[in-house]
Write a protein that binds this ligand. Structure first.
Ligand SMILES: C[S@@+](CC[C@H](N)C(=O)[O-])C[C@H]1O[C@@H](n2cnc3c(N)ncnc32)[C@H](O)[C@@H]1O
Length: 278
C-alpha cells in the first residue's frame, strides 16, 4: 500500500461503523435483524445524491443475472448490494478501507445477499481479482482519491472481458480552476484529493483501450439534491441513518464545503460510461 493509500484508508476509518449503522437503523424504527437491502439505502450509498443518483446511473446500464460486476472502491457495499438485489448479478467489491470491507460483508450477510455479493480489501490500482473475469465494472466517487488515472484505467481494463463496460460516477474538477475549500467528504486536506477534468478520464481511458459512450454532468441534479436535503434537515433535523456516519464529526462542514465548491464550479459530479475494445 502506498503512503497516499494508507492516508486515504485512515481518512475513511471512523470506528465502530457496523454498530453505529445498526443503532441508526433502530433509531429509524427498523429492527437490524430484519433489515432488507432497501432499508440500508439512506446510509449505504456514499456518493452525491445517494440512491437517487444510483437510480440515474443504473438506468443507462444493462445488467443481467448471468453477468459478473466489479465494484471498484465499494465502500460499505451499497452499490454492490443494489446490483445483486435489483439485477441478480454476481458482484465483487474491492476497497482500500478494511473497516468498510468488514462492514460491507456483514451488512450483505445480514440482508441475505452474500451468495451474490462479496468484498475484498485491495487497491483499485492492483485489484485482487483475475484478468478478464468481469462483464462490467462500476466506480462511484473513488477517483477523487486516485492520482494516477491512467494506472486506474489500465487496471480496470485488465479485469474486464473484451467489450466490457466501465461506468464511472466521480466528483471531477469543475471549470473554475480556483483551489477547493477543505475539508471534503473524501479528503480533509488537498494532499489526498486528486480531482481531474472529464477529459483526463477520457484520455486515460482511451489509452487503456476504452471508448467513451456516455458523459453526463450532474451539477444541476446535485445542487437540487442538496437544496432539498438541507431543507429537510432544517425542518426535521438530521436523519439518524445517513452517509454522515462515515464522515466523522466534521460531516456538516464537509457537506457545506462540497456545496460551496459545487456552486463555484470548482468541482462537478460527472457520470461517464466507457466500453472496452473487443
Ligand atoms: C466516497 S467513498 C464511495 C464508496 C462507494 N463507492 C459508494 O458510492 O458508496 C470512496 C471509497 O473509495 C475507497 N477508495 C479510495 N481510494 C481507493 C483505492 N485506491 N483503491 C480502492 N478503494 C479506494 C475508499 O476506501 C472509500 O470506500
Amino acid at each position: 500500500m502506498s503512503e497516499t493509500e494508507r492516508a486515504v484508508a485512515e481518512h475513511y476509518a471512523t470506528g465502530e461503523l457496523l454498530n453505529r449503522v445498526f443503532s441508526a437503523l433502530e433509531a429509524t424504527g427498523i429492527d437490524p435483524t430484519k433489515a432488507t437491502a432497501a432499508d440500508l439505502k439512506a446510509g449505504d450509498e456514499f456518493h452525491t445524491g445517494g440512491i437517487e443518483a444510483s437510480d440515474h446511473f443504473f438506468s443507462h446500464l444493462t445488467i443481467t443475472p448471468d453477468m459478473r460486476v466489479l465494484d471498484v472502491g465499494s465502500g460499505i457495499g451499497g452499490t454492490s448490494r443494489l446490483i445483486a438485489d435489483r439485477f441478480g448479478a454476481r458482484v465483487t467489491g474491492i476497497d482500500l478501507t478494511p473497516e468498510f470491507v468488514e462492514t460491507a460483508q456483514a451488512l450483505t450477510e445480514r440482508v441475505g445477499l452474500a451468495d451474490l455479493a462479496s468484498f475484498k480489501v485491495g487497491s483499485a490500482l492492483d485489484m485482487p481479482v483475475d484478468s478478464g473475469a468481469y462483464d462490467m465494472a462500476v466506480m462511484m466517487h473513488v477517483g477523487m482519491n486516485i492520482e494516477d488515472k491512467s494506472a486506474l484505467m489500465q487496471e480496470v481494463a485488465r479485469c474486464l472481458k473484451p467489450g466490457g463496460i466501465f461506468a464511472v460516477f466521480d466528483v471531477m474538477k469543475g471549470t473554475n480552476p480556483d483551489p477547493l475549500e477543505f475539508p471534503l467528504p473524501w479528503s480533509t486536506v488537498p494532499e489526498t484529493s486528486f480531482l481531474d477534468r472529464p477529459e483526463v478520464y477520457e484520455e486515460a481511458a482511451k489509452a487503456a483501450g476504452f471508448q467513451k459512450i456516455l458523459e453526463h454532468d450532474r451539477t444541476e441534479f446535485a445542487a437540487a439534491f442538496f437544496k432539498k436535503a438541507f431543507a429537510a434537515i432544517e425542518e426535521h433535523g438530521p436523519s439518524p441513518l445517513g452517509i454522515h456516519l462515515m464522515m466523522g464529526d466534521t460531516a456538516p462542514i464537509k457537506f457545506q464545503n462540497y456545496v460551496a465548491n459545487l456552486h463555484a464550479a470548482r468541482l462537478a459530479p460527472v457520470e461517464m460510461v466507457f466500453q472496452k475494445d473487443t
